[in-house]
Design a protein around this ligand. Sequence first.
Ligand SMILES: Nc1nc2c(c(=O)[nH]1)N[C@H]1C(S)=C(S)[C@@H](COP(=O)(O)OP(=O)(O)OC[C@H]3O[C@@H](n4cnc5c(=O)[nH]c(N)nc54)[C@H](O)[C@@H]3O)O[C@H]1N2
Ligand SMILES: Nc1nc2c(c(=O)[nH]1)N[C@H]1C(S)=C(S)[C@@H](COP(=O)(O)OP(=O)(O)OC[C@H]3O[C@@H](n4cnc5c(=O)[nH]c(N)nc54)[C@H](O)[C@@H]3O)O[C@H]1N2
Ligand SMILES: [Mo]
Length: 774
Amino acid sequence: MKSNKAFVATHWGSYQVKIRNEVVENVQASRKDSNPSFIGELLYDITDSDYRIAQPMVRAGYLKGDANHRQSRGKDSFVPVSWEEGLDLAASALKNAKDRAGNRGIYGGSYGWASAGRFHHAISQVKRFLNTIGGFTSKVNSYSAAAAEVITPHVIGSNLYNVTHLLNLNEVAKHGDFLIAFGGINEYNNQVVPGGVVNHRDRDAIERLIEARTEVISISPLRSDTPSDLPVEWMTPRPCTDVAIMLAIAHYLETENKVDLDFIDRYTVGYDKFKAYLLGRNDGIAKDSAWAAIVTGISADDIKHLAAKFSNARCPVIQVTQSVQRSEHGEQSYWLAITLAAMVGSIGKPGGGVGLIANASGFSVHGRPPFKWESFPQGENPVSQSIPVARIADMLLNPGESYTYNGELKTYPDIELIYWAGGNPFHHHQDLNKLRRAWRKPETVIVNESVWTATARHADIVFPVTTFLERNDFVCGWGSYISPSKKALENYGQSRNDFEIFCGLAERLGVLEEFSEGLDEMTWLETLYQDSRSNAKEVGIDLPPFDEFWEKGEPINFESQIPEQDTFMSQFRRDPQGYPLSTPSGKIEIYSSTIDSFGYSDCGGYPQWYDKRELLGGSRAKDFPLHMISHQPRNKLHSQLDFGKFSRKDKTNGRETVTLNPTDASARGIEDGMIVRIFNDRGACLAGARLSHDIMRAVIAIPTGAWYCPDEVEGPESLEYHGNPNALTLDLGTSSLAQGSIAHSCLVDIEPFYGFTPEIDVLLKPRFTSSTDL
Ligand SMILES: Nc1nc2c(c(=O)[nH]1)N[C@H]1C(S)=C(S)[C@@H](COP(=O)(O)OP(=O)(O)OC[C@H]3O[C@@H](n4cnc5c(=O)[nH]c(N)nc54)[C@H](O)[C@@H]3O)O[C@H]1N2
Ligand SMILES: Nc1nc2c(c(=O)[nH]1)N[C@H]1C(S)=C(S)[C@@H](COP(=O)(O)OP(=O)(O)OC[C@H]3O[C@@H](n4cnc5c(=O)[nH]c(N)nc54)[C@H](O)[C@@H]3O)O[C@H]1N2
Ligand SMILES: [Mo]
């Protein structure tokens, strides 16, 4: 292919790309996108040979079969091998793992965002493959919102992702008059929608909010968490104290007789138990604004003022981002947000109520099509064992130990082999020093990757995969669009699609027919599309036949065909007996006897405040007096394409940029642009300082996504060179209930770094050894 054009689709938008001599020459967002994401700029660097993996690779110590080879994992050189050799080695490692530990000994949770296509979805690919060979230990829930995912079904009887449309910002602009946004309304997070997006509509909704003059309160440590042209009142409680603000509002409503008792009576259970806690009848502590002032650092008057406005609004709305629950006891903020909306009786009203994981990922403006988009079927997993996703390091370090999860007492399995495709645990997991230790447990680690991420560098066998520019697929996110994604480039080097890699392994393990069903890429695509088209037809939506869709080669918008949808909450509001919720009581559970019966000391029967290990104002803050927020990166998706020019231009002196308040900076002799060391007793990383008044005092913020680049030292004395905040974060579960990630609960300190500034070698190729030199 000398020069060609193709339409490709990603989690952050659809683009027309022009290719010349196998290099991306031009990237043009779809004409159907009213507010395209700038992340598309990263596509220019997708074939950069400095970062791509060109050939299957095996770690030298592993290939030699050293008895203590696991100790050098992550530090070793790699030996380029042929596909035959690599696949043979991986197939026999899988066989050996099964023999030694059974299929439970294979960890295939393989969490990650991978790419957006329905067929080449790496996680579906790896799971289907492992299922065909007898199954694997899997994972439940996400890093994004585990606490919310587990608590929400107990409280309103629904899967979290079925209730993201409970609150639509367009409806808020139409009907709502007062919105409290915990975690803000972050525009740049809305660039990304899981599974793809064609038209970014959040800007539209923001403009409607501006026009409607809806009063918005943003509760967040960063001013930039709301669009600069949206007038908001910015409140800055200490991070991870949102629950205290919510409790004080609830206390105000109760003591000022502002609770909608009819609503409470008809639609909820257990308010009395919660009320006794609010008033301090059990513990002698009223959760009033004076109490909340001590916890949050916001004055009691300001909290009361906020509560008064909330209670007097015609249609008050409360929304919580995922960030708010990605912290210790994260379950409570979601439970309380629902409780507050119930107390003012606005749940189920048009434009009112509660928005869960409301603003990020465009959830609240896209809605979901009323039928199922088919994707590459994962099959059935014969192994029933799974772990909460963020407990991976605990699992590896503590085989046989027990832990709690959502009412169950479970045991960590003994893992012999990890297979990862489509994620970057050495980006996404907390306390990466701990993960480095844990990662030595299995005998074999296999990773499919297109680039030399830290995870690829911590593998024994690395299979090079194509990117979405090198294969055919289609994408359909949560909106009313379906977009083709066409092969624009030849496969980079010897890379293959995940599908072909798994076909190669399946063949060696005698299950090829079962895995592939004898179909190739285009036949799978056609099958998945036609099955989805039949699903759409059942609800009266007409999509063109596959050939027509594929030949046209452009996104289709079927919005005009989507029937008006009643949310289950508005049905419940209209007729609570006719449309009960799927909770034990059929109502909103302000008190859950189910959760109470679990007997957890860190998540009881009604929403409440629990003291936290890492909190400003707490005892640990004497040693580490700054709270570190590690938020999503604005200019990329997590760690993807971090090496690209568009990601690098926001770095400072080549390292991730950390934002801090000038007062905190000057107290430490830190100037704008300086290289700094962020540290605590779990680890340290370097970063480039940026001073700003748009961040509250005693808080620093550093985006995630800088490829992890640790030194050889491990543990608290280690230094990460590139600015990866997970060198510092705490690896504990949200609570005994959900065991979710608590990335945002993290205290640190920061100082100027005057030492020799080390090279960021994760951006250099790993060391290679030729097989003859072994
Ligand atoms: N401190 C802190 N940590 C966090 C968070 C935080 O807020 N703070 N947020 C958390 C959240 S919400 C999330 S969702 C996670 C995200 O964590 P991840 O989803 O693991 O991050 P990504 O960088 O998207 O990793 C995807 C990887 O898949 C690879 N990939 C892409 N396409 C393909 C493909 O077709 N095949 C294969 N085999 N590989 C492919 C990419 O190259 C990339 O390396 O991070 C979590 N970590
Ligand atoms: N550009 C871009 N967009 C993305 C992603 C990406 O990688 N890049 N990732 C996507 C994914 S996987 C997810 S899960 C979503 C995540 O969506 P979120 O979880 O909402 O995103 P974050 O960026 O972690 O946090 C948003 C803001 O919350 C504030 N915040 C943090 N802790 C607290 C707290 O305790 N209280 C309050 N009130 N505010 C707090 C911080 O100031 C932060 O900037 O974003 C998605 N959108
Ligand atoms: Mo996420």
